[in-house]
Ligand binder design. Structure first.
Ligand SMILES: *[C@@H]1O[C@H](CO)[C@@H](O)[C@H](O)[C@H]1NC(C)=O
Ligand SMILES: *[C@@H]1O[C@H](CO)[C@@H](O)[C@H](O)[C@H]1NC(C)=O
Ligand SMILES: *[C@@H]1O[C@H](CO)[C@@H](O)[C@H](O)[C@H]1NC(C)=O
Ligand SMILES: *[C@@H]1O[C@H](CO)[C@@H](O)[C@H](O)[C@H]1NC(C)=O
Ligand SMILES: *[C@@H]1O[C@H](CO)[C@@H](O)[C@H](O)[C@H]1NC(C)=O
Ligand SMILES: *[C@@H]1O[C@H](CO)[C@@H](O)[C@H](O)[C@H]1NC(C)=O
Ligand SMILES: *[C@@H]1O[C@H](CO)[C@@H](O)[C@H](O)[C@H]1NC(C)=O
Ligand SMILES: *[C@@H]1O[C@H](CO)[C@@H](O)[C@H](O)[C@H]1NC(C)=O
Length: 751
């Protein structure tokens, strides 16, 4: 075991070392050729000698200069003796070029006039990325450009000024003291002569502060005009040249590969855009020098930029990378892509098990066929049912139930026949509702019990996991305000879940459905809120393992004939391992109810349910939908609208019109709870336990003051009041409702 670990570590180190060496010995020039001249990198095809460059075209002189006190090497173009500033393999070459000038003595006598020229044999002057600039107050900058076939083009601009004041205030190169103009476009320019001349009277009017006029070529953006330049401007400016290999296109070159310059086989050729010839580039996912064999190196995307989702493992491959989702997740793990979805593994397992069992049974069938010849037809049918059972996660379910300690005694496994009979073969008329997860049918069992049967969508394997999940979660919950799961059926093509039938629709329908005759009173709403809070508190802390509902919303709170709340739809719920307070999941939920913090971090905690509950509470108070596109944009999200209204003290204005006869103090208390639940930061929100206790407290208080003063019988039964220093003990929570102890405590504590 230790040996294995040791050797993997060694391997990792070896891989890292190789990478490190590779990265530092990136090939830039031919072997034994200098890669640098002074501080400038000289990548092949350029070189400082004939042997080090592709051909004489790419020869760069690297002469020592003794102009400055410290002699250093400076690369220069051989024919023009101008220094090279930088060489890029994308076809650009930065060089320095001097200014042209015309200077005058005091009495407007011309002292000197220097023309400048660029005459290139192998490179061309980028017409798009350079421009002509003239600086002076009596100055015209002018140039004549020659293209590769001998045509010439002339252009120029004029810079004038009267004094320095205007210029100091606005140092823009726009005609006053400085002008600029683009050079003739659309030609391959190999030669340019440029100069500056006086326009009016040899600088006699402006001699004091501008004795010379200047003109120069400069790369776009590399010169900023300053008023001091009018006095003296003698330096070189960076300019951009275009280079390419040869004067043929890729297509022409590839006919004769002997001269093909893209030497690395992980590279490709492309035509130069502003001139003849072609260039090479490494394939996507590689970097380096495509003009050299082994010049292109794999980019390790996992070390720098990649778009793997959090939690996925990045794996580098030659020229690419992929993102590996954690075990039991499928998808490509990329932000843009299918990300990671849970399920595959279990699905694969099921398929594997199915395949295994199918092959085993095939053998058994062959052996037994001698005897079971006549019973074969019947067996086939059973086999099919079994296969459905397995495919629908029956095995997984059994395994999970054992793992989570759930008992399958409370949940019954129904047969297809039973459910077919109950629903009249899933007759259309029996449909109660249709949702993202499937269709819900009303059914009547043989013992006359009315049930709701949820049927997953056919042929959608993604729907099976939420089903199994819901079964596992519900099998562990026994709470009077949670819709009861009676059982399931896995023998059909798609799994079926059987619940107790809740007759009175959802809170959502009662609040938002115009046709709903029955309007919920404020007291009922408060009780629904309390009951829902109680369920969530129970799920978070009292169930055998904490459960996060993940999809708390008014549409998931059902109401029975007494308008008692029944929380439903645990398809998205997560069981939290005891040693984790938060888990990373794919964000799931309903817009309008979704916790913004969870949405941004993917970190699921019980506080996400608290947020959703806050939205439900706001919904109960305002009668407005959590998200409504019929409202103005800023009011679309109820949570935001509610909190801002509270801040502006407009709470009473946004209340549901159907709420009347309400105690304002009480309303404010409830609104305050909702506001705290809706805090953006999860840690600032109260726990569901606190919320449930506060709501319970408010209700009891109301009953004492405005109600009959009578506690319901089950509360009255438990009479001992035990405050215990005001410390709430979760162990005293009963699975059905809070005992009087906690209620009185919160009463006392709240005042
Ligand atoms: C310097 O450049 C000249 C051409 O400008 C060239 O002839 C000479 O070989 C180069 N090298 C040295 C060391 O002078
Ligand atoms: C090249 O330019 C340097 C200064 O930039 C100068 O010292 C040298 O004499 C020039 N050589 C030639 C051959 O023009
Ligand atoms: C030279 O060009 C390369 C590539 O365009 C760039 O990364 C580098 O910063 C440039 N160096 C200088 C000194 O301009
Ligand atoms: C520019 O080209 C024209 C012909 O197109 C020619 O007559 C003229 O002399 C050329 N000028 C220069 C400066 O080369
Ligand atoms: C400008 O200088 C030139 C050359 O010195 C001279 O021929 C010309 O007359 C001068 N123009 C003015 C307006 O002074
Ligand atoms: C292409 O370049 C070669 C040598 O570099 C030269 O002989 C040939 O004339 C050029 N062809 C064109 C069309 O410019
Ligand atoms: C490139 O050449 C190497 C051998 O030098 C070979 O192993 C590799 O498969 C080639 N790659 C491609 C993409 O042709
Ligand atoms: C990913 O999405 C962004 C923006 O939606 C887009 O610009 C980018 O091209 C996408 N990347 C891939 C690899 O699809």
């Amino acid at each position: 075991m230790t040996m294995v670990v040791h050797s993997t570590q060694l391997l990792k180190m070896a891989v890292l070392t190789v990478f490190f060496i590779k990265a530092t010995t990136q090939l830039l020039s031919l072997p034994n050729c200098p890669t640098k001249c002074g501080s400038v990198t000289i990548p092949f095809p350029f070189g400082t000698t004939k042997d080090c460059s592709l051909d004489s075209t790419f020869l760069i002189n690297c002469n020592k200069t003794s102009s400055s006190s410290t002699s250093s090497q400076v690369p220069s173009l051989p024919h023009s003796n101008q220094s090279v500033l930088n060489i890029s393999l994308n076809g650009e070459l930065h060089v320095a070029w001097p200014v042209a000038r015309d200077c005058y003595a005091e009495k407007s006598k011309l002292v000197s006039q220097i023309y400048r020229g660029i005459d290139l044999k192998h490179f061309s002057i980028s017409s798009t990325q350079n421009k002509l600039v003239a600086v002076g107050c009596d100055t015209m900058g002018a140039l004549t450009a020659y293209d590769d076939v001998g045509n010439n083009y002339t252009t120029g601009c004029v810079a004038l000024c009267n004094g320095l004041d205007d210029i100091v205030a606005n140092e823009a190169c726009s005609g006053t003291g400085c002008c600029e103009i683009s050079i003739p476009q659309g030609h391959v320019l190999t030669k340019i002569i440029y100069t500056s001349v006086s326009v009016f009277n040899n600088h006699s009017e402006v001699y004091d502060f501008n004795p010379c006029g200047y003109a120069f070529l400069v790369e776009n953006g590399a010169y900023n005009f300053k008023s001091t330049d009018l006095l003296k401007l003698e330096k070189e400016f960076p300019m951009l040249l275009d280079w390419a290999v040869g004067n043929q296109t890729c297509h022409q070159t590839q006919k004769d590969l002997s001269n093909y310059a893209c030497k690395d086989n992980k590279s490709t050729c492309y035509d130069a855009t502003e001139r003849s010839g072609y260039l090479c580039r490494c394939f996507h996912g590689y970097w380096g020098n495509p003009y050299l064999i082994h010049g292109c190196q794999d980019i390790n995307e996992c070390m720098d930029s990649n778009d793997c989702v959090e939690g996925a493992t990045c794996i580098n491959t030659p020229g690419s990378y992929h993102c590996l989702c954690p075990a039991r997740y499928e998808g490509n793990g990329k932000l843009n892509g299918t990300r990671c979805r849970s399920n595959t593994k279990s699905r694969k397992e099921i398929i594997l098990i199915t395949a295994l069992s199918a092959s085993i049974s095939l053998v058994a069938l062959l052996v037994g066929s001698f005897y079971a010849y006549l019973a074969l037809k019947k067996r086939k049918l059973i086999k099919l049912k079994e296969q459905f059972f397995q495919q629908n996660g029956g095995l997984l379910l059994q395994q999970q139930l054992v793992m989570h300690g759930g008992s399958d005694e409370t949940t019954k496994v129904f047969t297809v026949e039973e459910l077919n009979e109950a629903t009249n073969n899933f007759n259309q008329s029996k449909i109660l509702g249709q949702g993202g997860q499937g269709t819900v049918y009303k059914g009547i069992l043989q013992d006359k019990r009315i049930v709701a049967i949820k049927k997953s969508k056919i042929n959608d394997p993604n729907q099976i996991e939420p089903f199994i999940n819901e079964m596992i979660v519900l099998s562990q919950i026994n709470h009077r305000n949670v819709v009861k799961l009676l059982g399931c059926c896995l023998e059909t093509e798609v799994p079926l879940l059987v619940y107790e039938f809740i007759s009175n629709g959802t809170v959502y329908q009662h609040l938002h459905d115009q046709n709903q005759s029955l309007k919920l009173t404020w007291k009922t709403r408060l009780r629904i809120a309390k009951e829902t809070a109680g369920v969530l508190a129970y799920l978070h802390s009292a169930a055998s393992t904490p459960i996060i509902h993940r999809d708390v919303k008014s549409a998931n709170i059902l109401l029975d004939h007494n308008l008692t709340a029944k929380v439903s739809d645990f398809g998205a719920s997560r069981i939290v391992p005891l040693d984790h307070s938060q888990i990373t999941t794919l964000v799931q939920g309903t817009l309008g109810y979704l916790d913004p913090e969870y949405f941004h971090t993917s970190q699921l905690t019980d506080k996400s349910d608290v947020y959703s509950f806050g939205v439900v509470l706001a919904e109960l108070m305002t009668g407005k939908k959590a998200l409504s596109f019929s409202r103005p944009e800023i009011d679309r999200n109820l949570a935001v609208y509610f909190v801002s209204s509270m801040k502006e003290n407009r709470l009473l204005h946004i209340l549901d019109n159907n709420i009347d006869d309400v105690n304002t103090e009480q309303l404010k208390k409830i609104a305050h709870i909702a506001e705290r639940c809706l805090r953006v930061k999860g840690e600032e929100r109260p726990t569901m336990k606190e919320v449930a206790m506060e709501l319970e407290g408010i209700l009891v208080f109301e009953e004492h003051h405005w109600g009959s003063g009578k506690l319901s019988s089950d509360r009255a039964a438990s009479s001992a009041i035990n405050v215990e220093n005001g410390v709430y003990r979760s162990s005293t929570i009963s699975s059905n409702s809070y005992s009087i102890n906690q209620i009185s405590m919160s009463l006392i504590g709240g005042r």
